[in-house]
Write a protein that binds this ligand. Structure first.
Ligand code: CO
Length: 254
């Protein structure tokens, strides 16, 4: 069942999402060559604590950290480590979810560090654009797979591929709710979108093929062919006037 959220619930989800966006915004500045992904996690933990929010990922199905940091050929669910150093030329995907007052927000972005290759930059831009054009399809009366199909078309027309093994999702009272939102598929399928649905849309885009492999840590998903991967995610609410992005900072809105 896809939950329709009340105005009060949407406000609470927005508050959680605002925190996600604020912390991601700070991480964009904090992430640099020469620091470890564990340092990024420590910084994120401090930011989340200051806002009195609860990290949503830690302990989720046994996930050991409160943020996912996935570098280069890592797609998603990279586990921060003191041994993983960020260097110039890396693309660093950071995925963060928080809970506040029982409601969840989820967002992700890929940060280019230092001098990245033109190919890597194009991948990051295409993944980000794919998210926004997918969000554009999240309107009342459309179906879930209208989001999926538009993301896939856009990514493939740019010569990249979409990951099939992980999907976007409903969100709000839990981190993951119905419906699943794949980043591939034919349009016109799946549930119809209604006002008050809150969704996390999250394309994962590979420079090479779509296939993934999970590392021995049981979490880190990497591209099977070793190609680069980028990930962007927003939590949105469907309104009668169209999709509204909730994982935005106040300054994003002006
Ligand atoms: Co998500």
């Amino acid at each position: 069942m896809i939950l329709i959220k009340s105005q009060t619930e949407i406000e609470k989800i927005s508050t959680a999402c605002r925190i996600v966006a604020d912390v991601l915004e700070r991480l964009k500045v904090f992430v640099k060559a020469g620091i470890s992904t564990a340092e990024v996690e420590t910084y994120a933990a401090k930011q989340i604590r200051e806002k009195d929010a609860i990290p949503a990922f830690k302990g989720y199905r046994g996930y050991p950290s409160l943020v996912c940091i996935s570098i280069n050929d890592q797609i998603v669910h990279g586990i921060p480590s003191r041994k993983t150093m960020i260097k110039s030329g890396d693309i660093v995907s950071i995925d963060l979810g928080v809970m506040l007052d029982g409601f969840y927000g989820d967002g992700a972005l890929t940060i280019p560090v230092g001098n990245i290759s033109p190919g890597a930059l194009r991948l990051v831009k295409v993944a980000e654009k794919a998210l926004y054009i997918g969000i554009g399809k999240a309107t009342v009366g459309n179906r879930v797979s209208d989001i999926s199909a538009t993301i896939q078309d856009f990514v493939e027309s740019n010569g990249f591929s979409v990951v099939r093994a992980f999907v976007g999702h409903g969100i709000g009272c839990s981190l993951h709710e119905e419906p699943q939102i794949p980043n591939f598929g034919r349009p016109g399928q799946g549930p119809r979108l209604k006002e008050g649905m809150t969704l996390a849309i999250e394309p994962m885009v590979n420079a090479g093929g779509p296939d993934v492999k999970i590392l021995d840590d049981g979490w880190t998903a990497i591209t099977l062919d070793g190609s680069l991967s980028a990930h962007f995610e927003h939590t949105i609410v469907i309104t009668k006037n169209g999709p509204k992005i909730l994982t935005q900072t106040l300054t994003d809105l002006v």
